[in-house]
Structure formats: structure tokens, C-alpha cells
Design a protein around this ligand. Sequence first.
Ligand code: URA
Length: 429
Amino acid sequence: MAVEPFDTVDLIRTKRSGGALSTAEVDWLVDAYTRGYVEDPQMAAMAMAIFLNGMERREIKDLTLAMIASGERMSFGSLGKTTVDKHSTGGVGDKITLPLAPLVASFGVAVPQLSGRGLGHTGGTLDKLESIPGWHASLSNDRLLSVLDDVGAVICAAGSGLAPADKKLYALRDITGTVESIPLIASSIMSKKIAEGTGALVLDVKFGSGAFMPSYEASRELAQTMVDLGNDAGVRTSALLTDMEVPLGLMIGNALEVRESVEVLEGGGPSDVVELTIALASEMLTLAGLPDADPAAALADGRAMDTWRRMIAAQGGDPSAALPVAREQHVVKAPASGVLATQEALPFGIAAWRLGAGRARAQDPVQAGAGIELHVKPGDTVTEGQPLWTLHTDEPARFERALESLEGAWSIGTAAPERGPIVRERIGG
Ligand code: URA
């Protein structure tokens, strides 16, 4: 039996007392954890020590590279096209990937969007697309390349071969209260994105009540850390810091969000969704070497819609099929007249999740039609008795807990709230 070069407990003690691990120690730790020599309770203690004491920039880079080295690294070099991807840290009503991928691909750029399923209050892109009759998320690497070559955009499940160390560590962090740590989040996201082989990457880092990292300063630090990791690894990377204080758009829930995305692709849709889609598309196209491209024109003239229809059909979906609708609806009406003053993202996300749009455990099913349709947004005038939002679910027993989550999450006042632009800052490489 080979002799292990380090003692796990020594490494945990180093991080516990605020020290830094060497590159060799990080490499060994990740490799030994992946092959099962370092056990879950030891890695949980290490994750908590990192959570409490942080990591130096060099350690974060080492951790990212070690997690990439734990699995396969894809390459899109054979395509002969520029590749550019987007990653969002997730938010309530965040369906932007759906219109964005075909929009950017309509300019001849390849968009490999390897995505995940939702856990907790933020919905997963794959869950949304699975509400389209016939659509399936799994593609072999060969098929992924051929759809990228032909259509230009693919949204599919990330294969289990990419950064398996992260997969194991992320699942452990999820059950040990160690998710919300900048070094751990940054290395987790960037190990998968760099292993995926994209040439350029735009990060949509959210701040506000519905975001992973509600504070602006923490979101900024997360964005800068990820931008540095990407550029250091040779992936042209930039980030937009975007507002997640209120839900994005008017629809929260799987099929409801597909419906809204299709409206955007038809040249309509709510202004905040359109604004963010265009901002991210411009950023992606700039990194892809097309700074003068006009994404708004491609939404208006149907080019993006054509690519969407081909992208959905390439994965078995019928882009013309009717989307599922939940069996039961409950309408919440305005108790008074005035102006909608607040609408907090997180409670709305939790309410949609309780209606069946999200899952509590990875193996749980989701309801395609469940969610919330917002009829008004902050700043809109409301009249007593008018519908504010409609709750959708297949199981009426779920309404009560969803309504509980909305208590105190919104208010009617006399003046429109002040809101800044949705894109607050760009962080470049
Ligand atoms: N998403 C990831 O992939 N990893 C994290 O740590 C957090 C969000």
C-alpha cells in the first residue's frame, strides 16, 4: 500500500488555526478525498475551518485546479467556433439562460450551457426546460458537439465526469452548513466551468434578498474571486453584479418561466427580464469578439426565436406544444388601494417552492405547472380588490404554507420605491 504523504488531521489543524495549506497539501487533500482516503467527517471539519478562516488567493486557485484535475476536461476546439458560457449564482424567477443561450448563438457563437437542477428556493434550468413536452436533458459528448455545431446553443445536464471532487464536496457542504463561503463557492463554480472547456465566461452574480450572498460587498468579492480564477486559467471571464431584491420578471416556476422566456424571444416580455438578457448577451458577445452585435435586434426580428425552436427540437422537445398548467389556482387580491411598495424575492421563491416548483431533496420530483404569476411589480398602482398574484399548484393543500411564506413579504404604500438599475456593476478581468 502506498504511503500517504500527509496526515489529514494535521491539515485540518492548519486551517483550524488560520494557516494556509501548501499547493502539494491541497492537491493531495482533494485527490485523497475523491478516492475515499479522506473521509466525509474529516472533509466536513476542513470545510468548516475554511468557512470560518477563509483561504488565501493562491489556495483558492490550488483548490480550483485540484478539483478540475479530479475529472475529465472537455474541449470544444474541434468546433472551429468561439465558445462562450454564462453562469448565474441563482435567484428567484431567474430564467435568463433560456432566452440568452439561443440569442447569443444566433450571432454564430457557440453556447455550451451545462446546467443543473434546482435545490432549495432557486429553480434549476433543467427543471424549467423539462416542462416542455418531449425535451430531455441528457446528451452524450458527441451529440453535444454536433448540436453545438449545427444549432449553436445547447442547454443540457453536466456530465458526472466534470470535477467529481466538487460534486462530492458540494453535497457534503449542503448538509454541514458550509455552502456560503466565498473560497468554497468560487472554487466550486469555477472548477466546473473551467473543466467544461468554454473559451469565455460571463458570470451573473446576484445580490439582494433572493441571492445566495445577500450583501453587495460579499457578492462583489465573490465576483472578483471568480473573475480572477477564470482569467488565470485562460478563460476570458467577466461578471455583472445584478439586483435580486425583487423577483425577476412576472413568473416564478418551471413552465411559467418557460412561458415568459418565450415571450421575450417573441420580442415582448417584462422589461427587467429583457434588460438583463440584453446586458448579459452584449457582455458575452463582447468577450466572443463581437462588441458591435445588437442583441435587441435579434430578439425583435425573430432570429433568436428560430434558434430557440431548433435548440428545443434538437433535444426531443416540441417548441409548439402547449405547456403544462397546474390544476389549482389561488388569487391574492389587494386589501387596499395605493402603490406596491415592497415585494421581497426570497419569500416569493420559498412560496413557489412550497407550491411544488422546487425540491427539498435531490431525489424529489418537481411540478411543472406550480409557481407564482405576479400581476404587479413594485411601483405599480393597485386598486383594492385587484389581483396581485396567482398561486399555481396541483395540490391545494400546499396553498396554506405558501401563503404563510408571503406574509409580510410585500406591502402597499403611497409612493413608488426607489430602485437602481438591474445591472449595478461590471467586473472585468
Ligand atoms: N453553485 C455551485 O456550483 N457551487 C456552490 O458552491 C454554490 C453554488
